[in-house]
Design a protein around this ligand. Structure first.
Ligand code: F6P
Length: 340
């Protein structure tokens, strides 16, 4: 083997650089070089957008947020000849395999390419923690820490000023981030996509806190959380082209103000949740996943994804991992909401 290819796709996430470092370190042991395709699948569609990665290039990158090879949400199957272009361009670089670092969509593309004959290995990356077949994705716990820190700050100001605050965190189809940051940050209500909420009940609980003498309230809501009755909340903002939905916290704050007479403010934490340096856990997890991914390429075990199982890094079929999103299990939801 003389080369391994790597790309990162989807939203960036703390820990991608640690994965890249792990790949380069293990590739060096095999005497192999690493080719980084820039900006996700776009780099392979374009063909020429590559960076050669050696030991010196990855010396201190494990502590850096983002990804040194860039990322994008490019769908390689969108152009009619996209798949052919990717296959041809990959072949030109003479890599033994391609490590695809990505979330649900990027890994689904990887699986499709695997079926077309591309030698791929997946690495699960997302702050949403919603990739199946792994206990956890790297980046999730760093993002949960970042969101918790923001909620801590918001709690002190809500308490001082006697305010109701609705804080929106990411999580399009899963509530992991809302659940972890909400509980860790001491939110008084947490709303997640998996469990449709009742607007009147949310308002009622806010009002109760104010009438019980706790004259402040913090509600954490995942961007994809929705009321059971769609007509009970007026979410006017359309989703962004990437699928991000920004309207729920604003609409909920307006409903609370209207229905309780308590002025509620809203804050969408947005992009800041994915920025910054990875936690020690995510650096170690990322590096271990990178090492394992390079090993799988060396062993010719393609169509697999690296995964965390308890404390072990294992290989699982990509097909299983992309079959469905990993949402918050009902039992966990019930267990933790009792804390509120
Ligand atoms: O990475 C997935 C995700 O966090 C979704 O929860 C969210 O909808 C989207 O990314 C937002 O992406 P961006 O930061 O590019 O707007």
């Amino acid at each position: 083997m003389n080369r391994i290819g790597v790309l990162s796709g989807g939203g960036d996430c703390p820990g991608i650089n640690a994965v890249i470092r792990g790949i380069v370190l293990r590739a060096a042991k095999y005497g192999a070089g690493v080719v980084g395709f820039r900006r996700g699948w776009q780099g392979l569609l374009d063909g020429g957008r590559t960076t050669l990665l050696g030991l010196d290039d990855v010396e201190e990158i494990h502590s850096l947020g983002g990804t040194i090879i860039g990322t994008s949400r490019t769908d390689p199957f969108a152009p009619p000849d996209g798949a052919d272009q990717v296959m041809k361009n990959f072949a030109r670089h003479e890599c033994a395999g391609l490590v695809v670092i990505g979330g649900e969509k990027t890994l689904a593309h990887a699986y499709r390419f695997h079926r077309l004959g591309l030698p791929v290995v997946g690495v699960p990356k997302t702050i949403d923690n919603n990739v199946g077949s792994t206990d956890c994705t790297f980046g999730f716990l760093t993002a949960a820490n970042t969101a918790t820190e923001a909620i801590d700050r918001l709690v002190t100001t809500a308490k001082s000023q006697g305010r109701a605050l609705v804080v929106q965190v990411m999580g399009h189809n899963s509530g992991w981030l809302a659940l972890f940051a909400g509980i860790a940050g001491g939110a008084h209500q947490v709303l997640i996509p998996e469990v449709p909420f009742d607007v009147a009940q949310v308002c009622d609980r806010v009002k109760k806190r104010f009438t019980n003498g706790n004259d402040f309230a913090v509600v954490v809501v995942a961007e994809g959380a929705r009321p059971a009755d769609p007509k009970s909340l007026d979410i006017t903002e359309p989703p962004s082209p990437d699928g991000r939905e920004d309207g729920v916290a604003k609409a909920l704050a307006e409903a609370i103000t209207r229905q309780t007479g308590i002025k509620a403010h809203h804050v969408a934490l947005g992009t800041l949740q994915r920025g910054g340096s990875p936690s020690a856990f995510d650096r170690v997890l990322g590096m271990r996943m990178g090492l394992k991914a390079a090993e799988l390429v060396q062993e010719g075990k393609f169509g697999m994804m690296v995964a965390l199982r308890c404390t072990d890094i294992v290989a699982v079929p990509l097909e299983d991992a992309v079959r469905q999103s990993k949402t918050v299990p009902d039992a966990l939801w019930r267990e933790v909401v009792q804390l509120i």
